[in-house]
Design a protein around this ligand. Structure first.
Ligand SMILES: [Zn+2]
Length: 282
């Protein structure tokens, strides 16, 4: 009998705050001050101007800094224009050379001499060129950043009270909070012991307090482990993706709960894929 074992990876993931912040921390020291010497556009839909205009605006500029807002990265150029990146579902990056780049279709490449930053899997994602003023307008609807010191328990409570949605729908709503998506909304609810289907406005003060501290704890922990991306950012990068094996409910349907040995379930909540333990989350 022939036994075939398939190793199935997580497949397409949608990077969230920890993944994008981890990318930012790894990229900024490597790119700041570096001059963009060349660009290659394989997929015109990934950018917002013609490839010629893009190259004209970008080549010769240096990267001043790399910023993160919600699930976006902003590459600030010396011209004061900004490259706005959203990886969306399945997008990732690789920083390397022409010889060690991944064997994948690369939609956009920025060269810094021999070093190349490859943007891969940008089917829905994009790298768009904007003036600084446009950026503020484009990102003006984003909610607060959950790891900012100003995002206190009181502020979370004030924002939750008037709303009717489920915890799941609110946590992934970028106008409510910046940077949380399907994975970390489930991980945060699990950590807080709250069901993602709970109505947010009914939460008791102690639940809001737990939700706030779980949000901080889960996102900080995930960031410390480089998030749950599948691929390394550069050769020898052992940090990126280390959190994948530490997810406690996300993508773990049918597995035993690490807290109570119940069984992790998967259900659509507010039309979003959700994973939770029905035994120890209330
Ligand atoms: Zn449990």
């Amino acid at each position: 009998m022939l036994l075939i074992i398939f190793f199935v990876g997580r497949g397409n993931v949608m990077p969230e705050l920890p993944e994008m912040e981890s990318y930012r921390r790894l990229l900024e020291p490597r790119l700041a001050g570096k001059i963009i010497t060349d660009v290659h556009i394989e997929r015109e839909k990934s950018i917002n101007v013609s490839p010629d205009s893009f190259a004209k605006a970008v080549v010769g500029q240096s990267i001043v800094r790399v910023e993160r807002r919600a699930k976006h990265l902003l590459f600030h150029l010396s011209s004061s224009q900004v490259l706005l990146l959203h990886l969306m579902l399945g997008g990732w990056m690789y920083l390397g050379s022409a010889t060690d780049k991944p064997d994948r279709t690369i939609q956009v490449m920025l060269a810094f001499g021999a070093m190349q930053l490859h943007f891969i899997g940008l089917r829905l994602g994009y790298l768009r060129l904007h003036d600084a003023g446009e950026i503020e307008q484009l990102l003006s609807k984003l909610g607060p950043e959950p790891l900012e010191p100003t995002f206190t328990e009181e502020r979370l409570s004030e924002r939750l009270k008037p709303l009717r949605g489920t915890l799941k729908s609110l946590l992934v709503d970028q106008s409510f909070l910046s940077g949380i998506g399907n994975c970390y909304s489930d991980e945060i609810c699990f950590d807080a012991g709250l069901l993602p289907a709970r109505t947010a406005s009914n939460l008791a003060p102690e639940h809001i307090s737990k939700l706030h501290s779980s949000m901080r704890a889960v996102l900080t922990d995930a960031l410390g482990y480089g998030g749950y991306m599948e691929n390394a950012l550069f050769a020898g990068d052992t940090l990126t993706g280390s959190y994948d094996s530490r997810c406690r409910v996300y993508d773990r349907e049918g597995e035993p709960c690490v807290r109570c040995a119940g069984t992790i379930e998967r259900r659509e909540i507010s039309s979003k894929k959700s994973f939770y333990c029905p035994n120890c989350q209330q």
